[in-house]
Design a protein around this ligand. Structure first.
Ligand code: OSB
Ligand code: MG
Length: 376
């Protein structure tokens, strides 16, 4: 058992090394909410992956800050807990706000691993010593620039290329990439940019032999994805639509997808991420770990999660240098020439937090402390 003594919130402002464009907009800098939990003389860290705008999901860094400060952190403070697995119950009455919940829950797991003297990967049930890495490549100013970017990532060893797409940046892009690289493992991610009127267009993409088409339709849909999946050969992968284990079960049963992208923030923390992983594994559906342009803290957590057995497809967990000129962990996450990241075996998350760098990037902070025990 441990008592949570204090919870610190901070916002970092971090320019991305390269702008990232999706069907819903361009990101050039991230506003990052980090949570730091003190218990039993140890510190666990968590990263909230909500964006600055409610475009990927309805949460933003500002909603997450408020909900953490006034709802979630007070429930966790002073609570007697064993570990991260207790958080879903503690947060049960707060509806939604998965990314805010995940930041705190994951910080507790981070702390629990340190306390237990095991690696976070091992604590979560990980079995892999390395994970397979892919990259997510944003919409580019031109096809020429995109081809150069793909060439660079392939040369770096990445095992799967995912192309962000939207109407007008799809077929011609897939054609150009396939012409130059007929054999690479290729997928696309629409972030729900298409509608049922596009179904025949999407069906023509079968010729590109994509590994999957990620979230082509509405962010909250299963039914129309299931209609689309019946019409096309290529596997659909759901990202935005899968909020929890029950969603995964519904999507698998309805055949709305054949692959699931697990983002620990989107499902509300490691507990639910593991539940989605297990449900998919039991039904023979492969999963992979998505990314949300994380700093090293979220990245280290994604790496630990990716070591679970059913993460059998390359994920969007890639090198720190693709996002940041300087990360906030030591060492930075690096990818081997074979396109793999080694899963740390040392105690905890396996990367030291660079406090000095974090201090320098902090633009807002808040702290909550457990009420001191009154003794007679
Ligand atoms: O849909 O997977 C997505 C980034 C921000 C929001 C949504 C998505 C993404 C990515 C980037 O694809 C993944 C990464 O490299 O972190
Ligand atoms: Mg996606």
């Amino acid at each position: 058992m441990m008592n949570v003594d204090a919870i610190h919130l901070r916002e970092l402002n971090m320019p991305l090394a390269f702008p990232f464009e999706t069907s819903f907009g361009v990101t050039t800098a991230r506003r990052i909410l980090l949570v730091e939990i003190e218990a039993e003389g140890l510190t666990g860290w968590g990263e909230c992956v909500a964006g600055e705008h409610p475009y990927f999901s309805d949460e933003t860094i500002d909603t997450a800050w408020i909900i953490t400060e006034i709802e979630l952190a007070p429930r966790l403070l002073g609570a007697e807990i064993e570990g991260g697995g207790d958080c879903p119950e503690i947060f049960r009455h707060v509806r939604g706000h998965h990314m805010a919940k995940a930041a705190l829950e994951n910080a507790v797991w981070d702390l629990q691993a340190q306390r237990a003297g095991v690696s976070l990967a091992k604590l979560l049930g990980g079995t892999r010593s390395t994970i397979a890495c892919g990259v997510s490549i944003g919409i580019q100013p031109s096809i020429e620039v995109l081809l150069e970017t793909v060439a660079k990532e392939l040369a770096a060893g990445y095992q799967r290329i995912k192309l962000k797409c939207r109407p007008g940046w799809d077929r011609k892009v897939f054609e150009a990439v396939r012409r130059r690289w007929p054999q690479i493992v290729l997928s696309c991610d629409a972030n729900s940019a298409y509608r049922m009127k596009d179904i025949e267009t999407i069906a023509t993409w079968d010729e590109f032999g994509l590994l999957m088409i990620e979230q082509p339709l509405w962010a909250d849909d299963f039914y129309f994805h299931s209609m689309l999946q019946k019409r096309i050969e290529t596997a659909i992968c759901l990202d935005e639509s899968i909020r929890n284990r029950r969603d995964a079960l519904a999507a698998i049963d309805m055949e709305s997808c054949r692959i699931i992208n697990i983002k620990v923030g989107r499902v509300g923390g490691f507990s639910e991420a593991i539940a989605v992983h297990n449900a998919a594994a039991e039904r023979g559906v492969p999963v992979w770990c998505g990314g949300m342009l994380e700093t090293g803290i979220g990245r280290a957590h994604n790496l630990a999660l990716s070591s679970l057995p059913n993460f059998s497809l390359p994920g969007d967990v890639s090198a720190s240098s693709r996002y940041w000129t300087e990360d906030i962990i030591e060492p930075a996450v690096t990818v081997s020439a074979e396109g793999e990241i080694a899963v740390p075996t040392s105690v905890g998350r396996g990367f030291a937090v660079d406090r000095e760098r974090i201090e320098a990037l902090t633009v807002r902070r808040g702290s909550l402390r457990a009420r001191a025990q009154v003794t007679a």
